[in-house]
Ligand binder design. Sequence first.
Ligand SMILES: CC(C)(COP(=O)(O)OP(=O)(O)OC[C@H]1O[C@@H](n2cnc3c(N)ncnc32)[C@H](O)[C@@H]1OP(=O)(O)O)[C@@H](O)C(=O)NCCC(=O)NCCS
Length: 161
Amino acid sequence: MSGTTPDELIIRRATLEDRQAIYEIQRSAILETCRRSYPEEDVTVWAGLLSPDSYHAIHDRYFVVAERGGRILGFGRLDEQEGEVEAIYVSPAAERAGIGSAILRHLEARARECGLKELKVRSTLNAESFYARHGYQHLALIRYRLVPSLMLNCVEMRKQL
Ligand SMILES: CC(C)(COP(=O)(O)OP(=O)(O)OC[C@H]1O[C@@H](n2cnc3c(N)ncnc32)[C@H](O)[C@@H]1OP(=O)(O)O)[C@@H](O)C(=O)NCCC(=O)NCCS
């Protein structure tokens, strides 16, 4: 018999139907997880930039969701042209359970399939330990301009695949 067990984590390509769940995960992760490393005013502006309609990259990027028992718990986005992990977000209710790692390993496998030899990431401050744990090296502290009114301190990191 084929199929999946209810507690199996599945990583699959995102679809437009997933936009609401993706939006809710990113919003709550910014307001709760990123809030530990950024000022409240910044995370409020940052979260306010999002809407379910902002996920156009579902079509023009390698965009995946992690799902368990039919519930989306995280997502990841890879820019195959630039060799960049653009985002990994996990629901705060599901953090430290290996979901982010599963998404990152999936994106790295995809990058290797595309012939990429290295990956970069502009990591949030709160996610630096996560990427370091996966072999990404700290290159520089940078200021990342999300919108003209919001610059975020981030860490540029790189890994040889
Ligand atoms: C970063 C993030 C994706 C990690 O997802 P996760 O599912 O919680 O990560 P995992 O459970 O796979 O963690 C793997 C390892 O990374 C490290 N790690 C993860 N989160 C960490 C944290 N907050 N502090 C320190 N180390 C951390 C640990 O070594 C962890 O292993 P352990 O739990 O056995 O100690 C998640 O915290 C998140 O969504 N953060 C908010 C969004 C964000 O900033 N994304 C990055 C944007 S580029």
